[in-house]
Design a binder for this molecule. Structure first.
Ligand code: SAM
Length: 240
């Protein structure tokens, strides 16, 4: 059974969008994963077919109605995997979460618009909230795309070489080491010659491995003290 992404949105025409290109697009074509969108507007029942209304208590903006969103969720209740509401208030998406989701049968994603979704539907369906980061998007769709992309590339058969996954940023609690390709010596825009670190052209696999590990550790310690502390606490350093 293919991994299945079900997206509830007011803008189904946005999908697959970027997910139809490159790696996720090829995997979609191959049937490694399936994409389904549900137009929340189709579940609007009042005579104006409205999906939103003004907030109780006043204030700016509109809120997505619980009856409409709940009817849409009910229509896909049998889809596999958890239901997630993309929301800036949620737990931040990270690589372990993407891996957990990719290891499961799929995910149903609820995309908010306006000021978001009426709290009662989130409470009554015990929906998990997940955020892309500490910033506010105009809608959940770009967040859903990012989340699906992060999961799909982890699915068996989505990537050419499984090896490239193990070494990636976050997979071992570290950011990735720097990459270099041809030409070996390159003149930059200031006329400075920049050469590839010698060890990478030495043909000595163990030294390359050690250099990459040391660089990954250096970059992580410099840029992400939070990741570095967790890595040190887990006793992973020292070139294992
Ligand atoms: C304009 S935002 C609503 C922001 C909300 N009023 C607040 O201040 O928390 C509309 C929708 O975009 C989505 N969204 C915005 N920022 C997001 C983020 N950082 N991660 C995930 N989804 C986000 C959510 O689905 C949200 O319901």
């Amino acid at each position: 059974m293919s991994w299945r992404a079900t997206v509830l949105t007011l803008f189904p025409e946005m999908f697959p969008g970027p997910l139809g290109a490159s790696l996720p697009g090829k995997a979609l074509e191959k049937g490694v994963w399936l994409m389904e969108t549900l137009d929340i507007r189709e579940f609007a029942r009042n005579k104006h077919r409205s999906v939103d209304d003004t907030p109780f208590g006043g204030g700016a903006g509109m809120v997505m109605r619980p009856d409409v969103v709940d009817a849409a969720l009910g229509a896909v209740a049998d889809r596999p995997g958890p239901v997630i509401y993309l929301s800036p208030r949620g737990r931040k998406l990270d690589q372990p979460m993407a891996r957990d989701l990719a290891d499961g049968p799929g995910v149903t994603l609820l995309c908010g618009r306006y000021e978001g979704v009426d709290q009662r539907v989130i409470d009554s369906r015990r929906i998990v909230e997940v955020s892309l980061g500490d910033f506010v998007l105009s809608g959940g769709e770009p967040a859903a795309m990012a989340m699906i992309d992060a999961c799909v590339r982890l699915l068996p058969g989505a990537m050419g070489s499984e090896e490239s996954l193990d070494e990636e940023s976050f997979e071992r609690g570290l950011l990735e080491y720097p990459h270099y390709t041809r030409p070996q010596a390159w003149i930059d825009h200031d006329g400075v010659e920049r050469v590839v670190p010698e060890v990478l052209t030495s043909g000595h696999h163990e030294k390359v491995r050690q250099w990459r590990r040391a660089e990954a550790e250096r970059i992580t310690a410099e840029r992400r003290p939070d990741l570095w502390s967790a890595y040190v606490a887990a006793g992973e350093e020292d070139g294992n």
